[in-house]
Design a protein around this ligand. Structure first.
Ligand code: 1HN
Length: 349
């Protein structure tokens, strides 16, 4: 039952002044703002960034600002609900498009937030995490978890662009965000763990007493394998629209847990003509289109998306996807965080 609570204005002027002077505030006029009835009232609004619009802006940043001056050359995707300059796309997720030009290196640093890269275009880019050199091929998901040293390099001939996703807004809110800079890392002379230790799903390096697995055993998730897995899932689910969502979560191959403590990643395949109306989720989300075209209606706003675009959804958004072509998307969300906090929820439509 909703009852009107007292307002600030109906309190005597002298009492309001005395409260402010004493450094206190009455809860009751703010109660419904802090705890809306039944569901949150997000500030976040659904946004859509078309890659053809972003790309020239990013390339121009390459002309204007050398990487030495920028450290990371990134255009941040600002939540339209918060307006120009917002350093976040949803309350928990920051995303930006980063450009690295041939021969450039982005210096090594380590920070408290975790980052994930999804490679958008270009060949020859790589990220080094804790000495492990991770090739960046289109669609690959590359982790740089909080507390791990990382730098980027580019051995190719054309610009490399990737999408960065970080749980930065949480760390900023917690006043826990900071970085330490250092020299470029020595690189181990062996392929990344996705090509050696975890080449095959269901197999992990033998566990010997005292030899525990690393907290983040696999830092690179090659797109070719993700796509192959989705296709196989789709094949056995039966072809054609209406056969349920074909989705796979990125997991830690040792534990089966989410890859990072706060951010989750789900690869989605939509068949040509397929419509999906998922339940309303308590999680906010960023969708990256790896390939394909379609349209998504999010809280009444229609986004017609194409390859490499990004669009977002606030928590509890009503979402309807429709694929025109065969489409592959990666959904970045905060379910791992909400699971830990104990309030993750799915509401049937
Ligand atoms: C960062 O470390 C990278 O390493 C990119 O490429 C974007 C945004 C905020 C804070 C740290 C990177 C970032 C970032």
């Amino acid at each position: 039952m909703s009852t009107a609570l007292g307002t600030l204005e109906e309190l005597p002027e002298d009492y309001r002044a005395a409260m402010a002077e004493a450094g206190v505030a009455p809860l009751w006029p703010m109660m419904r703002n802090l705890l809306p009835h039944g569901a949150p009232k997000p500030v976040t609004a659904s946004g859509h960034w078309s890659y053809p619009a972003l790309r020239p802006l990013l390339l121009r940043a390459g002309d204007l600002t050398p990487v030495e001056k920028a450290e990371r050359r990134v255009l941040v995707l600002s939540d339209p609900g918060r307006g120009a300059g917002a350093m976040l796309a949803t309350p928990s997720i920051y995303v930006g498009m980063q450009l690295l030009l041939p021969g450039e290196t982005a210096p090594a640093h380590v920070h408290t937030p975790s980052a994930v890269r999804i490679v958008v275009e270009g060949q020859g880019g790589y990220t080094v995490v804790d000495g492990e050199k991770l090739p960046m091929e289109e669609g690959d998901l590359v982790l740089t978890p909080g507390g791990e040293w990382h730098d980027h390099g580019h051995e190719g001939t054309e610009p490399v662009i990737w999408l960065d996703a970080l749980d930065l807004p949480l760390f900023v809110y917690l006043e826990g965000s900071y970085a330490t800079e250092g020299p470029l890392q020595a690189q181990r002379n062996r392929p990344d763990a996705s090509q050696v230790e975890y080449l095959s799903a269901g197999l992990a390096p033998a566990r010997r007493r005292g030899g525990g697995a690393r907290r983040y055993p696999m830092m690179r998730y090659p797109w070719a394998r993700t796509e192959a897995a989705l296709r196989e899932m789709a094949r056995w689910a039966g072809d054609g629209p209406g056969n349920g969502p074909v989705e796979m979560d990125y997991v830690n191959p040792e534990t089966g847990d989410d890859v990072l403590p706060t951010m989750g990643f789900t690869a989605m395949m939509l068949r040509p003509g397929e419509a999906q109306s998922p339940p309303r989720l308590s999680t906010s989300a960023v969708f990256h289109v790896v390939r394909g075209r379609g349209r998504s209606v999010i809280d009444g706003v229609t986004h017609a998306w194409g390859p490499k675009d990004v669009f977002t959804a606030p928590c509890f958004a009503e979402i309807d996807h429709l694929a025109e072509d065969e489409a592959f998307l990666v959904r970045i969300h905060d379910r791992p965080l909400q699971d830990k906090l104990g309030y993750y929820e799915e509401r049937a439509r």
